[in-house]
Design a protein around this ligand. Structure first.
Ligand SMILES: [Zn+2]
Length: 317
């Protein structure tokens, strides 16, 4: 069976696998994302090597004919490198050329939000709905827009950074360093950093100092007293920001379907209903009369499908 090698380079973990035309994901290998470039590249080379070695033991899988990579960051117009990704040690590094030399395959590099959206469009709960907008409330805010069956790239391949548009001028510092961006209010990393700042003690209230998660914050919001009130305040700020963002995006892009995903929504499922309700209540019916909301198929496989699709070697757009 014809195969494409696909990679998902995320801020906390990376996955590599072979994808087949029936959307099969085979021989998956995972690594933790490390912050130094050379060890990162070495681990990546080893993980891909393990995928290829396992594939050789499967009689029905051909050697891959291309390598598609979805990565957490803005990719330059030529698809050669990532700009300055906050969570990957690959800023300004010629990743595409390195992979081509290392693995002797043609390589396609694209933004992970866009790869996810493409995967959702091909195989997800809103497959084939066009235009399709994907919004991922994860560590950061990821977005992907499919228009005319393909990801919309923008003039210099940087379209879609809506999480880093300004929500409150001069407001909270965003993980990107800017001020008042949506992501500073409703991105998961910003939410848990704010919880750690404003809520005394560990999330469990116990002795250990585990890092906060969105689940902890939601649990804490159910408590009586001051801690509960502070947690509810953080969630309320995040909810208002997320609702504003999705209503703005609905009117700017006028999608036929919106796919929602990411760790903030899995930790805080009420937000999902609130987002859909807010769009219906605050936009003109022309925007929401035929609009469908769907849940993401779940990050990683969608990214791998989208990365494989970007190579053009399995499916034609
Ligand atoms: Zn920002």
């Amino acid at each position: 069976m014809r195969t494409v090698l696909a990679g998902d380079l995320g801020g906390t973990k990376c996955r590599f696998a072979l994808v087949t035309a029936d959307y099969g994901v085979h021989c998956v290998e995972r690594i933790e994302t490390v912050r130094e470039r050379e060890p990162f590249l070495q681990r990546m080379a080893e993980a891909v090597g393990r995928v290829l070695a396992r594939a050789r033991e499967c009689d029905d899988l051909d050697e891959p004919c291309a390598f598609g990579i979805g990565a957490a960051g803005v990719v330059d117009k030529a698809g050669a490198e990532l700009g300055d990704p906050p969570n990957l040690p690959l800023g300004g590094f010629g990743l595409t050329a390195w992979c081509e030399r290392q693995f002797a395959l043609p390589v396609t590099l694209l933004n992970d939000g866009r790869a996810s959206a493409w995967g959702e469009f091909l195989r997800g709960h809103a497959a084939g709905r066009d235009p399709l907008l994907c919004l991922f409330f994860g560590t950061g805010i990821g977005i992907g827009l499919i228009a005319d069956g393909k990801p919309f790239r923008g003039g210099s391949n940087a379209a879609g950074e809506i999480g880093h548009t300004v929500y409150r001028p001069g407001g909270r510092v965003c993980p990107c360093g800017g001020r008042g961006h949506f992501e500073a209010y409703c991105g998961g990393r910003a939410m848990v950093e704010r919880a750690a700042e404003e809520l005394a003690g560990a999330p469990t209230g116990g002795g250990h100092r585990a890092p906060w998660t969105v689940d902890d914050l939601v649990r804490c919001a159910g408590e009586e007293g001051e801690r509960g009130a502070i947690a509810r305040g953080i969630l309320e700020d995040a909810g208002v920001a997320a609702c504003t963002l999705i209503a703005n995006a609905t009117m700017v892009f006028n999608p036929n379907a919106i796919v929602l995903g990411g760790g903030v929504l899995s930790g805080w499922p009420e937000l999902r209903q609130r987002l859909a309700r807010h769009v219906r209540e605050t936009t003109d019916p022309i925007y929401h009369r035929d609009l469908t909301f769907a849940d993401s198929m779940g990050g990683s496989d969608a990214i791998l499908w989208g990365a494989a699709a970007a190579t053009g070697a399995l499916w034609t757009a």
